[in-house]
Design a protein around this ligand. Sequence first.
Ligand SMILES: Nc1ncnc2c1ncn2[C@@H]1O[C@H](COP(=O)(O)OP(=O)(O)OP(=O)(O)O)[C@@H](O)[C@H]1O
Length: 228
Amino acid sequence: MIFLDNVSKSYSTGSPALNGVTLSIGRGEFVFIVGDSGSGKSTLIKLLLRELTSTSGSVYVMGNDLAKLKHRQIPRFRRNLGVVFQDFRLLNDRNVYENVAFAQRIVETPVSEIRRNVPAILATVGLAGKYKAKTKQLSGGEQQRVALARALVNNPSILLADEPTGNLDPNNSWEIMKLLEEINESGTTVVVVTHNREIVNAMQKRVITMKKGVIISDEEKGGYIDED
Ligand SMILES: Nc1ncnc2c1ncn2[C@@H]1O[C@H](COP(=O)(O)OP(=O)(O)OP(=O)(O)O)[C@@H](O)[C@H]1O
């Protein structure tokens, strides 16, 4: 599903953000990626989304060698990826329904299907009753659930979450993690970058720990490694 073969990524300044990373994530896995600030986690996510390309080595996602994807092929490739970020990135002048429906319009889903799919996914994330609310009227946890619904409505094979609980209190963080777990149980591959040590330790999933651009540990049912 995801395979990195000796991948390095350098920006124009500084030491490499990723330095010889080899990594394989299978279909249906749930994986945490942890590590200090600056260890290369977001760079890894951006490579998977094809927002960046590697400096050397190969990145494969769902059978695509991302270096070989042509620009016009990128939108179609990204349809198979759902993504959520720490800062939600919602359309704040639109209501909840519109935020989720927007993702379906982009991929030209027929209106009749949008009218079916959006309420269904909002019910999955527990927001069925809030579909008319403007997103800025929602709590942080609710906003992240809207973002999750938007990421999922096109039924992606892989969900990438970059610090999804970074702006949430512990209760809301747990709610989002439980949803991610449910989504994974329904077959979606889930990759979560996080600094949330309590959640990582409690959930007992695969944990990949990065440091200065390299993977320093990769454990099934792992925990958060305390450095220093
Ligand atoms: N656009 C950029 N230009 C130059 N250097 C960058 C750029 N983006 C990231 N870096 C550098 O690459 C390294 C890895 O950054 P990255 O954002 O991948 O780390 P991270 O593990 O996601 O950190 P955090 O936990 O703080 O989000 C850091 O040294 C960072 O300064």
